[in-house]
Design a protein around this ligand. Sequence first.
Ligand code: KG4
Ligand code: ZN
Length: 344
Amino acid sequence: MRLLAIETSCDETSAAVIVDGRAASTVVSSQIKIHAEYGGVVPELATREHLRNLQPVVRETLRRANLEPGKLDAIAATRGPGLPPALMVGWKAAQSMAYALNCPLMSVNHVQGHLYSPWFTGEPPVADWGRFQPNLSLIVSGGHSLLVHVTAPLDHQILGSTLDDAAGECFDKIAKQLGLGYPGGPEVDRLARGGNPSVYSFARPMLNQPNDDFSFSGLKTSVRYFLEKNPELAADNARLPDLCASAQAAIVEVLVKKTIRAAKRERVRCLTLSGGVACNSELRKQLQVVCDKNAFTLRLASPDLCTDNAAMIGLLAEKQFAEGIEPEPIGADIQPGMALTKRL
Ligand code: KG4
Ligand code: ZN
């Protein structure tokens, strides 16, 4: 099967060509530099950039795969969740192509793309469904923090989610308080490598509550109060590594402990990690440590597939198609609030 996938749910314009379970080409055009000036994603600017970039991105993706549009068997696109005007650009383009080429239009849930990305391995990524194991999946991005029990490919159930800020949002807001650029997660990660996580002690929200939910706004506030009380620390660049390492340790400890606890309770022996925050080196390391200790398998999404990309959308769309999930009617609309349902 030859499928073209499009992803425009937030600030990455991306397309991928999938050929028989393999991402033959993927192009990602990131808007990070444009939004950095504003300290966060500006939906109007994101939409304008998607409109400007989508056509060249699709053309380049097809060129790299050496494929004419007429040879495509299906089109797939992210239908939600995401920023409505940004989603609209990719979804409408996919609809138009499916209509013009008279081929099926597959709708993909963006969060499901992240959820299954640890099963897309290698360079270029190939779907590795053959090695699928029931698992407990932690999805942590700028918009989501979810614990999901995945019993079979495309069969999953949400156990917990964040009650307020997502883990990535928490990284970004703490970074802003420390005067670092946007997105702050990678900067906090980088600085933390040279710091001591035990120097400052920040809140571990909901760590000991008997549920699978997260809350990160309290941690962000605890860092803010601390900096207000100790303004000399915030102004001292030499303290940044210890501050970053200490704040990061609080986020990582909550994520790792709640994930492993849920895995034991659900009696699964495999953990997966995905989403933008899955790039975090300490989170990857700590999850590996607990998995080794408990003899669990750990599948980490590869860094290229952690941040938003169309390869994960296309590889999942192909699986949906193979499993008999119906294509969408050509006039179907976007679903900005699309939930990560048990089964699409
Ligand atoms: O998945 P993603 O690209 O977009 C969403 O769907 O939200 O995730 C972006 C988020 C941002 O909050 C960014 O700061 C965070 O992922 N992030 C990181 C790291 N790399 C990206 N957070 C912590 N450590 C990192 N290395
Ligand atoms: Zn995402």
